[in-house]
Design a protein around this ligand. Structure first.
Ligand code: UDP
Ligand code: MG
Length: 330
């Protein structure tokens, strides 16, 4: 029997790209006779006509295109988890819809995972051409920082684009946290991972929906979710500054005793107050971040809300019929 690969594709305002994407997948399908490529679009509360476009594609390709549609924008991470939870294929692949994850690689991915016994075939970009240099710079810096302080290492340039066996998908889904940082989770679950490399490709159409601030927050999220090193760093910085303040204080006292208070002394005071104040805020901020995480986790909110969907028949969890009460025969 032909094996099934479910492509999990989160979409946010992608009316221009969903059609191109589907076409590209159908082209790849021609070259991949031993597996069936099924597309599961997750419409992440798009404000344009993405859902209408997806529905049209679903009618056009009824056994290939399926979708979940959220009640609002929940973010790409929520889209990914929803997709993984509903994907029923033997293998599951996460892909962006904008063709920055070249569909042609699917063929190699499938052969590698099938014949070389890997559990995951992931991808890595070898360059970041076409990206603003500032963004690349911060991305590099971030990977270095993360990998030096966090136990969960992130592969530089690794994309979310990856094919996983059912076993890996189940492992990923078994992590209960609601603050989901996929890059960290994928690394955390382990398994045998092969990396395929490719050059950066620019978006086929539309615009990236990530602003710099969003990326920055995403980066912080990643650090905090998988490492408590920032807490340790905060305590060290605090300790060293305190020691410095003590030594500096002693120096000032000795100096005043020996030479008298020639200067009013406010500069050193000001410096100390500002320095200590800043440090306290820094540490408090870091601690606060972790508390905010705990707060979010304890709320146990659902990660997304599905407004409508069209899923393959088999995976429809049919609403159980109300149990008819047995009336005692009289
Ligand atoms: N995306 C999403 N929800 C969001 C933002 C993005 O589902 O809130 C999807 C988007 O449609 C695309 C993928 O996530 O398929 C990657 O987004 P984008 O191409 O904008 O990011 P970049 O490639 O620039 O990192
Ligand atoms: Mg993109």
């Amino acid at each position: 029997m032909q094996e099934k690969i479910t492509l999990v594709v989160p979409c946010y305002n992608e009316e221009e790209t969903v059609g191109l994407f589907t076409q590209a997948i159908i082209d790849v399908q021609q070259q991949l006779p031993d597996a069936f490529l099924e597309i599961l679009f997750i419409n992440d509360g798009s404000k344009d006509n993405t859902l209408t476009k997806i529905k049209e594609l679903q009618i056009q390709y009824p056994d290939r295109v399926y979708y979940l549609s959220f009640s609002r924008n929940f973010g790409k991470e929520a889209g990914l988890i929803a997709g993984l939870q509903h994907a029923k294929g033997d293998y599951v692949t996460i892909m962006d819809v904008d063709l920055q994850d070249p569909p042609s690689i699917l063929i190699e991915m499938y052969h590698k995972i099938k014949n070389e016994n890997y559990d995951v075939v992931a991808t890595r970009r070898v360059n970041r051409e076409g990206e603003p240099p500032v963004r690349s710079f911060f991305a590099k810096l971030y990977y270095r920082l993360n990998n030096s302080i966090s136990e969960v290492k992130l592969e530089e340039g690794a994309r979310d684009f990856r094919m996983m066996t059912r076993q890996v998908v189940d492992a990923v889904l078994s992590l209960p946290e609601s603050n989901r940082f996929s890059k960290g989770i994928f690394s955390w679950v382990g398994f045998d991972v092969a990396y395929l490399e490719y050059e950066n490709i620019e978006r086929s159409a539309g615009n990236t929906s990530w602003s710099f601030t969003q990326l920055f927050n995403y980066a912080i999220e990643g650090l905090i979710s998988f490492s408590d090193a920032p807490l340790t760093i905060a305590s060290y910085v605090g300790l060293f500054t305190f020691l410095f303040a003590v030594i500096y204080g002693a120096y000032i006292i000795v100096k005043t005793l020996m030479f008298g208070d020639s200067t009013p002394g406010w500069p050193s005071l000001a410096v100390l107050i500002v320095g200590m104040g800043g440090l306290q805020l820094l540490s408090l901020g870091i601690v606060g971040k972790y508390i905010a995480k705990i707060f979010n986790e304890t709320k146990h909110r659902p990660l997304y809300i599905i407004k409508e969907s069209k899923l393959p028949e088999a995976s429809h969890s049919a609403t159980p019929l109300p149990k008819t009460r047995r009336t005692p025969d009289k």
